[in-house]
Design a protein around this ligand. Structure first.
Ligand code: GLU
Length: 354
């Protein structure tokens, strides 16, 4: 089997340390296996996706050395998603629902008051063709839900080990909104199938989606067509708390342009935190790839400490040859020649400190 992974950012903002870790782990795994990387731009949200963000994401990945073998945008593939929608309707697995947000909210409140989980009651499944025709004639626009099997979905997660979700405990997910727009769930499966993705590596905030997606994979691609999945623990701050707003939104652009970090400091830190390896700087991605193993990834959150990032950066700068430093020094208008560089570099944390 030739390994193929994908990194699928939504171009609704810039890359930050959290989503870059996902990109990095995908690339390291692919390189460790001689596999390929697909960069998929998840821009089905036409309102919030911008070309500017897409360009910035590609620039950030390129700066970090995270190259891809293939790329495409979801917004160019709506015909494929329409075909998948029709296939699910034909199989009785996608059904129209007409409840408004208020009605759904009321249902959930009643369920909560009765100490029941707020799972969608599937009332729309009992609508007759006549009922639906009437609602359509009134101009009501349905949203569409995927009908989960109600059974137990099991998979062996590459990071979390044997995993399962009882689909009876979750609501049938909405795949298409009333305005006709697609949530990411269905297009992602359609593309993963068509691109022959073999491994999905993403943050553990996607675990619940995975149950629905495994069932959608099987509905569209047949039994066993779901790729292997690995859900990585999320990043937390140095104190173990949720990443603070500032850190959580720490953009790669700022790390590069404002702070002046070396790309390998960022990659080394993000590759090593939350693993059984010591956190240390590496000179290139291939070394990180050679050391990559799913078994080293911990299920507990990875601690992101900016002080540690500085330490790795200083280490890389202290060992940086004049040949490597020279273009950076020239750009800073601070090139005093090799002897000066070798004398001052042990005192620097960033090249710009020169
Ligand atoms: N566009 C989705 C996200 O950024 C992709 C999730 C996935 O990897 O499946 O969250």
């Amino acid at each position: 089997m030739t390994v193929k992974v994908r990194f699928a950012p939504s171009p609704t903002g810039r890359l930050h340390v959290g989503n870059v870790r996902t990109a990095l782990l995908n690339v390291l795994f692919a390189r460790s296996q001689g596999g390929t990387v697909l960069l998929r731009i998840d821009d089905t949200d036409l309102e919030r996706s911008t070309q500017d963000n897409e360009d910035a994401i590609k620039a950030d990945l390129t700066w970090l050395g995270l190259s891809w073998d293939e790329t495409f945008k979801q917004s160019e593939r709506f015909d494929k998603y329409e075909a998948a929608k029709q296939s699910l309707i034909d199989q009785g697995l996608l059904y129209p629902c007409y409840e408004t947000e208020d009605e759904l909210d009321r249902k959930r409140k009643i369920q909560r008051a009765q100490s029941k989980p707020p799972v969608y009651d599937r009332a729309a499944l009992s609508l007759t063709d006549e009922d639906k025709a009437k609602l359509d004639a009134e101009g009501r626009k349905p949203h569409w839900r995927f009908k989960l099997s109600g059974g137990r979905i099991e998979w062996t997660d590459l990071v979390r080990g044997p995993s399962h979700i009882e689909t009876s405990s979750v609501s049938d997910p909405i795949l298409i909104r009333a305005d006709g727009s697609y949530l990411y769930t269905l297009p992602s499966v359609v593309d993963d199938l068509e691109s022959n993705v073999t491994h999905i590596i993403r943050g553990e905030d996607h675990v619940t989606n995975s149950a629905a997606q495994i069932e959608i994979f099987e509905a569209l691609g047949g039994k066993g067509s779901a790729p292997a999945m690995g859900h990585t623990a999320l990043l937390v701050g140095a104190d173990g708390d949720k990443l603070s707003k500032r850190l959580g939104s720490l953009s790669i652009e700022d790390l590069r342009e404002i702070d002046g970090y070396e790309p390998m400091a960022v990659c080394s830190l993000l590759a090593k935190i939350g693993t059984s390896d010591a956190v240390d700087a590496r000179d290139d991605l291939q070394q990180l790839a050679d050391e990559f193993e799913f078994g080293k990834l911990s299920r507990t959150p990875a601690r992101f400490d900016p002080e540690e990032l500085k330490r790795l950066n200083a280490k890389l700068v202290h060992a940086m040859s004049y040949a490597e430093a020279q273009p950076k020094l020239a750009a800073l208008d601070a090139d005093g020649g090799e002897a000066v560089w070798l004398t001052v570099r042990p005192n620097l944390t960033f090249v710009k400190d020169v």
